[in-house]
Design a protein around this ligand. Sequence first.
Ligand SMILES: Cc1cc2nc3c(=O)[nH]c(=O)nc-3n(C[C@H](O)[C@H](O)[C@H](O)COP(=O)(O)OP(=O)(O)OC[C@H]3O[C@@H](n4cnc5c(N)ncnc54)[C@H](O)[C@@H]3O)c2cc1C
Length: 445
Amino acid sequence: MIRTLSGATVKAAGAARPTRGVTTRRLHSAYDVAVVGGGIVGLATVRELILRHPSLRFILLEKEKELAVHQSGHNSGVIHSGIYYTPGSLKARLCVRGATLAYEYCDKKGLPYKKCGKLIVAVEQEQIPRLHALYERGMKNNVPDLSIIDAKGIREREPYCRGIMALDSPYTGIVDWRMVALRYGQDFEEAGGTVVTESEVNDIATVTESPAGSTEGMKYPIAIRDKKGNEVRCRYVLTCGGLYSDRLSQISGCSREPRIVPFRGDYLVLKPEKHYLVKGNIYPVPDPRFPFLGVHFTPRMDGSVWLGPNAVLAFKREGYKVYDFNVRDFVDALSFRGLQKLVLKNITYGIGEMYRGVFIGAQVKILQKYIPELSLSDVIRGPAGVRAQALDRDGNLVDDFVFDGGVGDVGSRVLHVRNAPSPAATSSLAIGEMVADEVESRFAL
Ligand SMILES: Cc1cc2nc3c(=O)[nH]c(=O)nc-3n(C[C@H](O)[C@H](O)[C@H](O)COP(=O)(O)OP(=O)(O)OC[C@H]3O[C@@H](n4cnc5c(N)ncnc54)[C@H](O)[C@@H]3O)c2cc1C
């Protein structure tokens, strides 16, 4: 039996009001736009939409008890400046604009951040041409205040770091991205939006009857149903499902590709008595063969210092522990031709990452290239995050931001954010603007 969400409980979003608090606000039976997924991308976008269209009704549906607990709550917390990305790509443009907007937003809302800067450090001669190429990229992307510094300059910025040359990005910062995401949610609610948590969407379809008691006929032809049997009617749907973006696309009849493959990233944490070793972000020169930036030293807003993350294939989407396992996720990933090809191409690297995940001494050995004083006894195992890595069927990693819709009754009313890779937290406000533009151009709001 289908229940409409008018009988369901609604939970308040926002840092100031904890998401556990149940409010008694009455829900409407139908909405202009429903957004599925309460991570930083869904929240930034629904916030942007309601600020542009205050007279329309918006609802955000999130499967967890609280908002932003997956990628948006399990990341390095870096405000990236936009150095790495191909000039002209969405990733580059969204990151550079997103970082500026993020700093402005935090200033306006009084959210704490630190512009503690970042060094990308070359420790071997063969990395120097790549470091210069990164500098050129950063300049083309209009990253502010970039410069190349020598070994002496590195020691002035990071007294315990050793390297032969570095790219210095003082514009890079750190922030608690979950706190930022919750503030977007609070803005959304204050503007009249509705947030429903514990609502795992498992069906998106067109309907042929108007909602019970409705005087508006077939104005709301899309029915979104969740696992508990609740139903929301709306005119349009936007999904921002992170690690489940492919499955959300599939249930609306749209393409399942690019497929999402989960990669867990484990962090080590520096013991408090060793915090003096790290002042700002210290990153390696990335290996161009891989999409991830490499293990790095990152100070956190709470004063701790994280080292990592690595990247190992996870056996469960949203599984944060080494032994987390889900049969469907496992079979799904391994039976996908794209992943089989990727594994074959990168088997040595993959085994190396798994080895370094199990034996943290091997990880520390790599980190000692940057801070020789670091020793195994200075670190303990820390938290983990899981990346939603989009993959095509030829085994190519989909690196840029992707969204698409479909055709037919449902498809023409649905837009899916398919791939919002790092640094989508940094880019979130710019992504919100772009997706809102897309929603406006596709749908007759
Ligand atoms: C280890 C790691 C380090 C990172 N470091 C950084 C960094 O330093 N800086 C940076 O800018 N970016 C970083 N990123 C990237 C950034 O965190 C992500 O790109 C961003 O958080 C993606 O946000 P999202 O909203 O798309 O996904 P998510 O935060 O995963 O949100 C998706 C939401 O959809 C919900 N959902 C899924 N399916 C359903 C359903 N059926 N019904 C209802 N709800 C559903 C989920 O519960 C979830 O809340 C990092 C990512 C990782 C994993």
